[in-house]
Design a protein around this ligand. Structure first.
Ligand code: DGY
Length: 326
């Protein structure tokens, strides 16, 4: 009989993924609908082959060193800044992620925030719910035009390009900045123009962030970069909170250096700076980029594919530290 890999899952995943894990693995999981604590993860991993964790779990060197038999850390998420990959690599443990399957859902959310903040949707909704709306008025809640405006995409990988596709349908001009410039035929085909980060920030009416988070992108947008943006411009962040210096953002909004922001991610999640909570011209969502049933199910299936491959001694399809695979 085939020996099933022994898996510890830090938090329940969509039903179809749980069914597959139950079928194909020897599964132990945190039964509570909350993040597992560090102690619970270490205890749960005792004698296990695989860790299936998510982006809210901090998987540090102490956890990895406490579990010497671990064959894989499979992250439920494309971002993997929650995992000490260097420590995993030192221990010869493959770390995997779930790229591609959440591209469209995340791009939808970025565009949703862009439209909502431009058209002051939250303010309007609050007004209606508070029963303070007294009727149509010519000067009420006037927002910013989207058609004809310039969108600056910071980080033009899968998600950035999916946002660009949406922006084209809304007749926006699109400039992008990426660590590596895209080939000329891609730029021409997708109707996107390369700019330096500084140039993009100066030109864009909307700036949408799509870079992976790491030391190179920590506070990529700090006070000096925010100061380059037009005072009529909006910032959209569906990437990672710490790509932006949240304190500097609060200051820029307070000083009317920016027109508003649409934020799905925060520097110290789940904490949100009080200065953001207080602002009318900021729309806030609780890290919902990939939150559709279909997307979360595909992410889970991909994470399971990764862990089953690693446990069977095969190459996991999406390994972020392939050097450990030899
Ligand atoms: C990811 O996968 O990194 C996303 O942030 C989850 O929504």
């Amino acid at each position: 009989m085939l020996v099933k890999p022994r898996v510890y899952l830090t938090r329940r995943l969509p039903a179809a993924v749980m069914d597959r894990l139950t079928e194909e693995t020897d599964l132990a999981f945190n039964p509570e609908d909350r993040s597992a604590t560090k102690c619970e993860i270490i205890a749960g991993l005792h004698g296990r082959d695989a860790l299936l964790c998510n982006i809210a779990d901090q998987i540090d060197a102490a956890i990895l060193e406490a579990c010497p038999g671990l064959k894989v850390v499979a992250n439920f998420g494309v971002g993997f800044n929650n995992i000490d990959v260097a420590a995993a690599t030192r221990g010869g443990i493959p770390v995997t992620n779930t790229p591609g399957v959440l591209t469209e859902a995340t791009a939808d959310l970025a565009f949703l925030l862009l439209l909502a903040v431009a058209r002051r949707l939250s303010e309007g909704e609050r007004l209606v719910r508070a029963r303070q709306w007294t009727g149509w008025a010519p000067l009420q809640l006037l927002g910013a035009d989207v058609a004809g405006a310039t969108l600056g995409i910071v980080g033009c990988g899968r998600i950035g390009r999916a946002v660009a596709r949406r922006a084209r349908a809304f007749d926006m001009r699109i400039v992008y900045w990426n660590r590596t410039r895209l080939p000329a035929d891609v730029e021409a085909g997708e109707g996107i123009e390369y700019a330096s980060l500084e140039g993009l920030l100066q030109r864009a009416d909307f700036v949408s962030l799509h870079v992976a988070y790491g030391p190179a992108t920590h506070h990529l947008l700090g006070a000096p970069q925010l100061a380059l943006m037009k005072s009529s411009a909006f910032l959209i962040n569906t990437a990672r909170g710490a790509v932006v210096d949240e304190r500097a953002l609060v200051q820029a909004l307070h000083n009317k250096r920016l027109a508003g922001a649409g934020l799905d991610v925060f520097e110290n999640e789940p904490a949100v700076s009080p200065g953001l909570l207080q602002r009318e011209n900021v729309i806030l969502s609780p890290h919902l980029g990939s939150a559709t049933i279909g997307t979360r199910t595909r992410m889970g299936m991909m994470a399971v594919d990764n862990l089953l491959a690693a446990c069977a001694g095969r190459r996991p399809p999406h390994c972020v530290n392939p050097e450990v695979l030899g």
